[in-house]
Design a binder for this molecule. Structure first.
Ligand code: SIN
Length: 323
């Protein structure tokens, strides 16, 4: 009997990018299909596993849209529910991979592994990192104990809640901050240092289907607290006539990327209080790369401990969806 199926879902990114020549540093992301990427890795899976691939999207992940996240949620949920599937690998651009990882972990809370992988150099580069990252991701997905959503890059396995892109061009662009990576992959073998990510199973299959098919998700915007801030941007975001003129949905939530432990400039805080009084949910995060917003009883706005602004935004969207 076989050991199970590994399903590889392609979404684009630099891992699927191509340039004019191996030495050309200019390239276009999301050009090669996932089947093509896998064709370059014959014998990538240990004996007994079957490989299946599917192209879910073909985008530069800076242009991530709710519709792509929904398609990915649907395909992951579909494949993970098949008894013969051991795990899912997702090829993804690095730019928003941490958002997708957080979303998949929060919504699906999968017991089976969902392994995102990516590359900092295009597929045509003289020393492309994508093939090794994909090989490592397949090794993680095949591991009998692997569970939850992780991101594999430059030999490291990062948990969905901790992972963050910290460098704009280094091959090991991702960090799990002070939590540290779950482990590493070396020549197909895993060294594990921490537990696999787990999340409370918050959504049942019916709720997941609803999230993955509804025409729109609640609109949540991020604002930054900085020196000499003012409240005009928040006031404009909340003004219903501004949203109506631009054809955008009304803002339902605001995440403020605060200074230090999530503190907010007094002018911006005044505007956020006005927004909150008008029914907009406000969540505080920290703009610091490490650490996070702390919760204090006297705070006007709830904190999103442990979450970066982009992840806090998704957390608030999901809270609004669950309301
Ligand atoms: C992308 O995020 O799709 C492009 C950049 C990258 O993958 O590094």
């Amino acid at each position: 009997m076989g050991l199970g199926k590994i399903v590889v879902l392609g979404t684009g990114g630099t891992i699927a990018g191509t340039g004019a020549s191996p030495t050309d540093s200019h390239y276009v992301a999301a050009q090669r299909g996932v089947a093509d990427l896998l064709a370059g890795l014959p014998g990538a899976l240990p004996a007994g596993f079957e490989l299946v691939s599917e192209q879910v999207a073909q985008i530069d992940s800076k242009d991530m849209e709710v519709a792509v996240w929904q398609a990915l949620l649907r395909r992951c949920a579909h494949w993970l529910a098949q008894p013969e599937v051991q795990g899912v690998v997702v090829t993804h651009g690095t730019d928003t991979a941490e958002e997708t990882a957080y979303l998949l972990q929060s919504v699906l809370a999968p017991v089976k592994p969902v392994v995102l992988t990516c590359a900092m150099r295009p597929a045509t580069a003289v020393s492309a990192d994508g093939p090794q990252n994909l090989l490592d991701a397949l090794a993680v997905a095949c591991h009998p104990d692997a569970s939850g959503v992780v991101l594999v890059c430059a030999g490291q396995i990062h948990g969905a809640f901790d992972v963050q892109k910290l460098h704009s061009w280094q091959l090991d662009a991702f960090s799990s901050g002070e939590a540290g990576p779950v482990g590493r992959v070396r020549q197909g073998q895993l060294d594990l240092w921490r537990n696999w990510p787990v999340a409370p199973c918050r959504f049942d299959p019916v709720a997941i289907e609803k999230i993955a098919t509804m025409p729109a998700w609640p609109r949540v915007e991020i604002v930054l607290s900085h020196g000499a801030a003012c409240g005009a941007t928040v006031d404009a975001l909340v003004a219903s006539d501004v949203a109506a003129r631009s054809g955008a949905a009304p803002v339902r939530g605001l995440v403020v990327a605060g200074t230090g432990g999530g503190t907010v400039h007094q002018a911006l805080e005044a505007a956020l209080r006005r927004a909150q009084a008008a029914g907009v949910r406000v969540l505080r995060s920290s703009r610091c790369a490490l650490g996070s917003a702390s919760a204090r009883p006297e705070d006007a706005f709830a904190a999103a401990p442990g979450l970066t602004p982009v992840k806090a935004r998704l957390a608030l969207m999901l809270d609004l969806l669950a309301d």
